[in-house]
Design a protein around this ligand. Sequence first.
Ligand code: B3K
Ligand code: ZN
Length: 843
Amino acid sequence: PQTIYLKDYTPFGYRIESVDLTFRLHPTATRVISKIVFAPNPEATDKRFFLHGEELELISATVNGDPITPRLVEGGLEADVPEGPFIWEAEVEISPQTNTALEGLYMSNGMYSTQCEAEGFRKITYYPDRPDVMAVFTVRVEGDLPVLLSNGNPVERGAGFAVWHDPWPKPSYLFALVAGELINHPDTFTTKSGREVELNIWVRPGDEDKCAFGMEALKKSMKWDEDTYGREYDLDIFNIVAVDDFNMGAMENKGLNIFNSSCVLTSKETSTDANFERIEGIIAHEYFHNWTGNRITCRDWFQLCLKEGLTVYRDQMFSGDMRSHAVKRIEEVMILRARQFREDNGPLAHPVRPESFVEINNFYTATVYEKGAEIIGMLRRLIGDEAYRKGCDLYFDRHDGQAVTIEDWLKAFEDATGRDLAQFKQWYSQAGTPRLKMEESWDDGTLTLTFTQSTPPTPGQSGKKPQVIPIAVGLISPNGDEVVPTTVLEMTEAQQSFTFEGLGARPVASVLRDFSAPVILEREIDNDTRAFLLAHDTDPFQKWEMGRALAKDTLMSMIVKGTKPSFAYLDAIKSVLVDDGLDPAFRALSLGLPAQDDLAQSLFDAGVTPDPQRIFEAREELRHLLSAHLREVLPALYKENETGAFVPDAEGSGKRSLRLAVLSLLSLRDEGVTARALYKRADNMTEQAGALQALLSAGLGTEELQAFEAQWKGDRLVMDKWFTMQVASAVPETAAQVAETLSRHPAFTNKNPNRFRAVFGALSANHAGFHHESGAAYRLLADQLITLDAINPQITARMSGAFETWKRYDADRQDMIRAELERILATPGLSRDTTEMVSRILA
Ligand code: B3K
Ligand code: ZN
């Protein structure tokens, strides 16, 4: 397969004045007729007329009305074209029904849907399928279906057809078409300049009462973007469609967002608090793309973080405003560490702006998205809120309607602030997580903090340079008062000292408040100091972080030295847990233990080969000890945090998360009596699933599991939970067996990405089960991936990431994993997606 390089970018030789498409829908023989007006691009030197096209049957082609025979070449076609503007017309045939890759035009439960990002449009018609070619589209959809949708505004509607026109120039990856028997949940929104916008969420009949929450989230997002970024919606209609078979969460097609049904449908009976929270965030994310991604898009796919990092940052701020900034920040950091730090530490590490790729779909990663968002957060911290808004305004003003680069983004901030961002830009090009070492010294009222930064080598990158690191610091005096409020230190050198003068007694430093940079802080700190900060820090993130550090230290010494947990940890956690002054959601997060995968990485970093079984046992042991140590407070906490009628807001979900965390510990002591009672009484999925999970994690719940299946077998989204819970809670020696048995359940299918992930995503997330010494889970996952690759390469490639941490483990495990990876790689006809991923993991 061919590698594409950022440095090789050249503009396309032609511009597009207009695109007219006609779709004659048919499950196995859809005709796509295109009429495209091209004109030479004065800025381009390469005048080769090449159109991308894959899996298309070319029926006819003309240039200015004259039939031509284009040269079919690898990945598309070439033709000789006139020197001036000309009209290209072509007719192709495609087969949506047999498209199981879910890229291009495909069918899902009788409805037609598209997914074009990143390079799916070339499976629909011949086209310059690259983001820097922006055009105005008019689309006519013909088909005997009640609902026919495309981008933009509706122009005409008649028996068996509909015409749509999108006035905003867009790249082909934002094209969308949906057709089917759908029902809408309608609403309206009036923009701040008075435009009446029709809003719809389109779903399959039966799901229409699961749209209200999503609609509210959409309206809140529209309002928030006006208030916070001054960005208004720009069409007369905004449609959202729910699709069951979808490779990711959702897609921001202009005016026609398409969602995985799991990321938009809600009801209190079928969705958990976590679902509600996530859905609110995803709806906002896709909506926010209308400006950051659609109106201003990426010049090429290397600039993916330009739209994704920024849009994630925007959705994070939105969620913080809607809920709690403190709780959201902790959750964001947990996700960043679990996915991005993991990626950055292994063979798949890459810069936020990669310099080469084989298959771009493999770069929709935690690094591009989550680290990309962290970079925006750092930029804002460094320049301040006002300058951030000024820079954004300038960026929108300057680049509206363009396909741009990270350089353009940063230039807007340089021009708005007068600041040089050359060194800051390294965050986009340097892979790996910086290690930030801190040393302290105290001399007669002056505290000196000395930081040393270094970034370990990553594939293809050694000799890393110092980066700009904003370090938010506060100082707490020994009596618990904050003597220096949060101050952002700006580190730019490999080593740098900062002093705080005129202090009375030696204070305790609270460092990296709000997780002000995506780095690993290394600092000599004892558990008493951690407990002190846990009790007194005013920064909620650091407060949580200290509890987490205590738990981690406790677990690490249990694993490595076989010690018993100290009372210092147990007491510190207890005091947070019973502190009514603290948000219940925060208390629940503090009670949580570090994940097994996180412990494995920390052990590896400390020079210890992680033993997954031992990690699992230590964590279980600690859960039991916590349950015993907290036995007097658990029942009261369980009672106090009961909520009334279910409302999926921050307050209600916070209480439920604390209550369910408590229930999980209680269930280790009361034989499941409390959890069983809750299971019977629950009128919402948060509590029903929470009670079942508490039972399963105590080795109970067999009957409830059966009852759950009987109750929910008709609801695919709830059944996904049923599949996941069993694999997630399986003990190490049975996890592979449980997953294997479930893969033979009549409701299992590898054609639906949600269902496949429900079982095999859960298997790879069950750390001790996946890494069980028998190697059974490695073999099972490899078998499944080999079969899936022929059906859906994108999901296969993504899930092969389960093996990315293989070099952490002992030689036996490494041998077993290498053998499985080699077996996958040797599969005849293996997709480009999976070939690239597995080769990188093996390298
Ligand atoms: N932009 C899409 C992701 C497309 C993934 C293509 N493999 C969703 C999002 O980030 O909003
Ligand atoms: Zn996005």
